[in-house]
Design a protein around this ligand. Structure first.
Ligand SMILES: [Fe+2]
Ligand SMILES: [Fe+2]
Length: 165
């Protein structure tokens, strides 16, 4: 069974396609996670909640990692905007604590829904900081960052992290 699964995964390894630039890739991650948060809120099934929360936590861990490893340092170097950079890093740290708590618990925990809800609000705020007018992504677009090259690096690192998860 495991073998068959592996084979199928291998077969699916797609040929290189036109890649997204860094900001398009990060924004697509944001949309995906907010869709899952909405689904979490609208379901009553504990199984679905558990599954969605796992997906959300996993995706956020990969997303924050690729931002911290690749995008944020490039942003800091290009813009020298320490305030924006450091705030984003601190917000990631806060999110990671909640993610760890959610991963360590489950729908039978009385505080589970509250934790997911607070994480969702937290992420909404952080995404706004990144995407709003004059925010980090807008600043990145105005800088001389090579967003296409960074997009490729982000995509490569993302699939590496997802494969090892
Ligand atoms: Fe982000
Ligand atoms: Fe971020």
């Amino acid at each position: 069974m495991a073998k068959a699964k592996k084979k199928a995964a291998k077969k699916k390894a797609a040929k290189p396609r036109a890649s997204q630039d860094a900001i398009a890739l990060l924004k697509a991650d944001h949309r995906q996670v907010s869709e899952w948060f909405e689904q979490f809120e609208s379901t009553r099934s504990d199984d679905k909640k558990r599954k969605l929360a796992q997906q959300i936590c996993q995706a956020l861990k990969v997303h924050t990692e690729i931002e911290e490893e690749i995008f944020y340092p490039a942003f800091l170097q290009a813009t020298q905007d320490k305030d924006t950079h450091h705030e984003a890093e601190v917000e990631h740290d806060g999110a990671k604590k909640l993610i760890a708590e959610i991963e360590a618990s489950g729908p039978d925990d009385d505080f589970y829904d509250a934790k997911v809800k607070v994480l969702s609000e937290y992420i909404k705020h952080h995404v706004k900081e990144e995407e709003q007018r004059g925010g980090m992504f807008a600043e990145a677009r105005d800088s001389d960052m090579d967003l296409d090259a960074l997009g490729e690096q982000l995509a490569a690192r993302k699939s590496e992290l997802m494969a090892s998860a």
